[in-house]
Design a protein around this ligand. Structure first.
Ligand code: TXA
Ligand code: MG
Length: 329
């Protein structure tokens, strides 16, 4: 595995090496504005299979294809509804994935055996340059081992995947910090499958049609199962300050090393319990989210006691990831 810098002086050389690796059927991890992706040539089935092997991911989980611009949709999808065009034109490049009916020549490996394809145009300048120079679609799930926290730095990718990945393009920390919002336009009305940086209100306004929230009880959307984004530490999810304090008191007497991740600007005098406050600004909190979930393991805590955010705006995406980290789905 090689970690390649993307500062001004190294960028061209690093991109050439990354493109050569993709053309040879290798795996390239690259930064996007949301999280790092584990990329392979989306027209090369041998390369796509390597993604699944590297992640330890079940074959039934579909993989998003990343493309350089909205005009590439036709190469991968068919029967694209007008609302999907509107939303894609409005938010791309950006943290949005649209699910569409797949074009006949799009590999079934990307669809998890179904007839749809997920497409996204990332905004990160390194991802953009990589896609333009590669000149075709790059299949890329998040660059973590299956069911682990998504990576938001090159180090996270290296820690999880080691030599299972050939090249990591190091673009520093991902600015958004949570994965893209996913909207399934292969159904009518379209369905929000995964909350992210773009809210339902913003999407409906751009789509000009109603988009409905996924019914978790009924939908077994692949990859959206309960235990996901899980640190090794036991995660206790608390709905508010009272539950948080009760849990802190209980855990204190257990002898386990606990860290508290709270929205409270105050902290009680609990000596040995470490207290990490979330930034009040939700964008900043999303940026810190996966970084902190990984830090819990790096610092060797046994237990994380986590307070849920409000359900407003980005709080929805943050709460969704925290619930999964706690195994609550
Ligand atoms: O922000 C992101 O979306 C990042 C960056 C790298 O682009 N990618 C990402 O990929 O999070 P992944 O594979 O970790 O998560 C994509 C989710 C999975 O839950 C997958 O099951 C779902 O999207 N998905 C992909 N294609 C789909 C399809 N055709 N139908 C339904 N769900 C799909
Ligand atoms: Mg993932």
């Amino acid at each position: 595995m090689q970690i390649l810098a993307t500062d001004e002086t190294s960028l061209e050389r690093s991109l050439s090496a990354a493109v050569a690796t993709l053309r040879a059927g290798g795996l390239v991890a690259f930064p996007t504005e949301t999280v790092y992706g584990l990329g392979a040539d989306a027209r090369n089935e041998t390369a796509i299979r390597r993604i699944f092997a590297a992640k330890g991911r079940p074959a039934a989980h579909p993989v998003i294809v990343h493309v350089s611009d909205v005009d590439q949709i036709g190469g991968w999808a068919t029967e694209v509804p007008a609302a999907a065009w509107r939303v894609a034109r409005h938010f791309w490049p950006g943290p949005l994935t649209v699910i569409l009916k797949k074009a006949p020549r799009t590999s079934l490996l990307l669809s998890g055996g179904a007839t749809t394809i997920g497409l996204r145009v990332p905004a990160h300048p390194v991802a953009q340059r990589l896609l333009q120079q590669f000149g075709s679609g790059i299949a890329a799930p998040s660059a973590n081992r299956f069911s682990r926290v998504s990576p938001t730095s090159a180090r996270d990718v290296a820690d999880d995947l080691g030599d299972a990945v050939d090249v990591i393009l190091d673009g520093g920390r991902c600015p958004v910090g949570v994965e893209s919002t996913i909207v399934d336009f292969s159904q009518a009305p379209p369905v929000l499958l995964r909350p992210g940086a773009l809210t339902l209100e913003m999407l409906c306004a751009a789509a000009g049609v109603e988009i409905v929230e996924v019914n978790r009880a009924e939908t077994a959307s692949p990859g959206q199962h309960a235990v996901h984004y899980a640190p090794r530490a036991k995660v206790h999810i608390c709905s508010g300050p009272e539950e948080l304090l009760e849990t802190v008191v209980r855990e204190r007497s257990s002898g386990r090393r606990a860290v508290v991740l709270a929205w409270q600007p105050w902290r009680p005098e609990y000596g040995e319990v470490e207290w990490w406050e979330w930034p009040a600004d939700l964008e900043q909190a999303a940026f810190e989210l996966f970084h902190r979930l990984r830090e819990i393991d790096r610092r060797g805590f046994d237990t994380a006691i986590v307070e849920m955010p409000s359900d407003q705006g980005l709080g929805k995406a943050i709460g969704d990831r925290l619930r999964r980290a706690g195994g609550l789905g």
